[in-house]
Ligand binder design. Structure first.
Ligand SMILES: [Zn+2]
Length: 269
C-alpha cells in the first residue's frame, strides 16, 4: 500500500469514533461524514481551527486567535418562555470564524474543537441533565449542508458528560427562512410552531440539555424548548458555543483557508 494511503488508512481509523458516532447516533439526521474532510484533517499537522497556523498538539487555537476569545457572562432569560442559556463565548473573533468555517465550508471535523469549547462551558456551569438533544435542521437544509452542525456538537459532548444523546428527539416541521435575515419579531413568529418532539415518552419527566451552535434572539431555542415542555420535559437548558448580539452580522463571507473544501456560501444559520 502506498505510504500516503497507509497513513490515511491509519489516521482514518483513529478518527473512527467521530464517524461511528455520527452514523450510529444521528443515523437519519446526519449524512455519512465527508471522508475527504476527515482525511484532510487526519493528514494535516495540528492547526489552529480559526486560521490554520501551526499549533502544539491538543491546542485548538493559536495564541493570537485565543486572545480574541471573550467568554460569555451568563444572564437570566429575557422572557419566561426562554430557556436558561449557557454560552462558551461571544460571537466574535476566532470563535465566530471557526463557527462559520464549520457550517459553511464543509468542515464537519471542526465539531471536535468546537465540542471541546462546548464541553468546557457545560462543565463550568455544572450542567445536570438527563438527555442531550440537538436543534434539528429541516431535511432540505440538511441535504444541502450534508450534516446537522448541532447534532455533531451534541454527539461530541454527550459521552464526556455521560448524558444519553437523543439525536433525533426533535423534528423541524417546516423549513424556516434564515433567522438573521428577519426582523426580531418576525424571528419568533417564524419558528414558534416549527418543532415537535418525535418520541414524547422518551422526553417525559426528563431534564433536557438543548444544543446549538449560535444563539441570537433565542427564538429557535425558545421554540424548541416549548416543544420539549409540551412533551413533558421537566427542564430545558440551552447550550451554545457563542452568543451573538441581535444586530450581529452572522453571514460575513470568509476567505477559505487551505483546509476548507469550499468558500463561505455567505449563508446564515
Ligand atoms: Zn489562529
Amino acid at each position: 500500500m502506498p505510504l500516503v494511503l497507509r497513513a490515511l488508512s491509519t489516521r482514518a481509523l483513529a478518527l473512527q469514533p467521530l464517524a461511528v458516532r455520527a452514523l450510529s447516533t444521528c443515523a437519519l439526521t446526519v449524512q455519512p461524514p465527508d471522508l475527504r474532510a476527515l482525511a484532510i484533517g487526519a493528514l494535516s499537522p495540528p492547526a489552529c481551527a480559526a486560521c490554520d497556523a501551526p499549533v502544539p498538539a491538543r491546542a485548538d487555537l493559536c495564541t493570537a486567535c485565543a486572545a480574541t476569545v471573550r467568554r460569555d457572562t451568563p444572564t437570566p432569560p429575557r422572557c419566561p418562555d426562554h430557556p436558561p442559556l449557557i454560552a462558551h463565548a461571544l460571537f466574535q473573533g476566532a470563535v465566530a470564524r471557526v463557527i462559520r468555517r464549520f457550517k459553511y465550508t464543509s468542515r464537519p471535523d471542526l465539531a471536535r474543537p468546537l465540542g471541546r469549547m462546548l464541553l468546557q462551558a457545560a462543565r463550568d456551569a455544572c450542567v445536570h441533565a438527563d438527555l442531550v438533544l440537538p436543534v434539528p435542521l429541516h431535511p432540505g437544509r440538511l441535504a444541502e449542508r450534508g450534516y446537522n452542525q448541532a447534532a455533531l456538537l451534541a454527539a461530541e459532548i454527550a459521552s464526556p458528560l455521560r448524558i444519553p444523546l437523543l439525536a433525533r428527539g426533535l423534528a423541524r416541521l417546516r423549513p424556516t427562512p434564515h433567522q438573521a435575515r428577519l426582523a426580531r419579531l418576525d424571528r419568533f413568529s417564524n419558528v414558534s410552531d416549527a418543532f415537535r418532539a418525535r418520541w414524547p415518552a422518551r422526553i417525559q419527566g426528563r431534564a433536557v440539555l438543548l444544543v446549538d451552535d449560535v444563539a441570537t434572539t433565542g427564538a429557535t431555542l425558545a421554540a424548541c424548548a416549548s416543544a420539549l415542555h409540551r412533551a413533558g420535559a421537566t427542564a430545558v437548558t440551552a447550550l451554545v458555543i457563542a452568543r451573538a448580539h441581535e444586530e450581529a452580522t452572522l453571514d460575513l463571507p470568509i476567505p477559505p483557508g487551505p483546509n476548507d473544501l469550499r468558500s463561505s456560501l455567505n449563508r446564515i444559520p
